[in-house]
Ligand binder design. Structure first.
Ligand code: DTR
Ligand code: CA
Ligand code: ZN
Ligand code: ZN
Length: 442
């Protein structure tokens, strides 16, 4: 039985924390039905070549330069941007549609590209607005998101990916006039079609020159997908708060579709704490050229653009191909185990029984450790024979909270059955935490 944290006085919890190994109570071990086929492992996303993404930005820049300096709704530079992206997608085997609408007396265009195949009743969407403001070429806002989504779509084609879900990519018009294109799309999507959209991922400004790494927190599963990606890079993220509702994901969220996305910041100023963890310049806007004529190809941080483009691909490959793990293959322990501050390691145990053979090469460990400075925390997976697999090293300056991440371990040399342990140690003073839960999936 799991005691709620409030039911056990902190002093008592701390008293038990002194024991070198706390074999946690509250064990929940599912017996694995032998008949279940092992789930197909999630395919790893390819690296998205930064050079390819920047080549799209150069094209958008050239288009703006040849058309009055912008790619705004109703201007020739916008339609030229649509034509550029459409040509790339048609050549890559996508089924493309250009949806027209009228706004402020001018014709607007949405570009929608469907990747053939996948379950038509489970549609995963990713999108970005392609229009700029009239005062400039809009390379970060939002050539960056448009190029990242475009290159990810082209990577799907290069890989000839055949995901469980049907993939749909979109580039919206007239976002700068008030999410006009995405609202038009959603409003004209029949209710039955809307209900098939399992999620919409939005990318608006993902290469800001003084970048932050912000993750939308609208849907927990989508948020976790992006946070796991960045945890794998050891890059701390923050929840996106500058824009709630200020980009195209709002059009989808407003009709109940799960949404998520990434953002590197606009006119808000980077704090010193943010500069400490992300680099860049404190006291300066994330994008000093937001909505300005200087939002050119020089207004991009390559590292941010690269990481976020890779994150888009990670999300598409993960959410598009993720096979929900049959319950029989998961084993979980949800008992809290206090981690002594700068002290001895503690463990939480999962006893696996009823399986045959060895563990897989892609043994998945989902870890949920609550801590006020995750850089203090070292995490290992211990196989039944005591072999240690390092999941996470300490990283002093990583001041973000919590270690909520998914790790994949090649445990193919380990017999599946036995007592698997999660070993956690806090190796620096101050800041405390506890193991909240962890799960093994075979
Ligand atoms: N609305 C976007 C810029 C923007 C401002 N805050 C956020 C938050 C999340 C995404 C985008 C934005 C624009 O000007 O196009
Ligand atoms: Ca990359
Ligand atoms: Zn804008
Ligand atoms: Zn934008």
């Amino acid at each position: 039985m799991r005691l709620s944290r409030s039911a056990v006085p902190r002093a008592l919890r701390r008293a038990t924390a002194g024991v070198a190994t706390l074999a946690a109570a509250g064990l929940i071990a599912a017996t694995a039905p032998a008949a279940l086929a092992a789930p197909s492992p999630t395919l790893a996303a390819p690296d998205i070549p930064l050079a390819n993404v920047k080549a799209h930005l150069s094209q958008f820049q050239s288009i703006a330069s040849a058309n009055g300096g912008n790619r705004a709704h109703g201007r020739p530079g916008y339609k030229a941007s649509i034509d550029y992206a459409k040509a790339k997608l048609d050549a890559a085997g996508f089924t493309t549609t250009v949806q027209q609408f009228t706004s402020s007396g001018a014709t607007g265009y949405n570009l929608v590209a469907d990747w053939p195949g996948g379950d038509p009743n489970q549609v995963l969407m990713a999108g970005a607005h392609l229009d700029s403001v009239s005062s400039g070429p809009g390379i970060n806002d939002n050539g960056s998101g448009s190029a990242g989504v475009l290159e990810t779509a082209l990577a799907v084609s290069r890989a000839q990916l055949q995901p469980e879900k049907h993939l749909r990519f979109a580039w919206w018009g007239a976002e700068e006039l008030g999410l006009v294109g995405s609202k038009y799309y959603v409003n004209n999507l029949p209710t039955a079609e809307r209900s098939k959209v399992s999620g919409y991922l939005n990318f608006d400004m993902i290469g800001s020159p003084n970048p932050g790494y912000f993750v939308y927190d609208d849907d927990p599963a989508i948020e976790k997908t992006f946070k796991d990606f960045y945890a794998g890079l050891n890059v701390p993220t923050e929840i996106e708060t500058e824009g709630d509702g200020r980009s195209d994901h709002a059009s989808f969220k407003n009709v109940g579709i799960p949404v998520g996305g990434l953002f590197t910041g606009a006119s808000r100023t980077k704090t010193s704490a943010q500069a400490q963890k992300w680099g860049g310049t404190a006291g300066q806007a994330f994008d000093r050229c937001y909505h300005s004529s200087c939002d050119t190809t020089a207004n991009i941080n390559d590292t941010a653009l690269d990481r976020n483009s890779d994150a888009i691909a990670h999300a598409i490959w993960t959410l598009g191909t993720d096979t929900p793990v049959p319950p029989g293959d998961s084993y979980e322990n949800t008992a809290d185990v206090t981690i002594p501050d700068n002290g001895t390691a503690v463990t939480s145990t999962i006893n696996v029984t009823g399986r045959t053979g060895n563990a897989p090469a892609t043994l998945r460990a989902d870890v949920d450790i609550r801590h006020t400075w995750r850089g203090d925390v070292v995490v290992d997976l211990l196989a039944p024979d005591g072999t240690a697999y390092r999941l996470k090293n300490s990283s002093g300056n990583d001041s973000a909270d919590n270690v909520i991440a998914t790790y994949t371990v090649n445990a193919s040399s380990e017999p599946a059955n036995g007592a698997w342990k999660l070993r956690v140690q806090d190796v620096a003073s101050q800041d405390t935490g506890y193991i909240n839960s962890w799960k093994l999936t075979f």
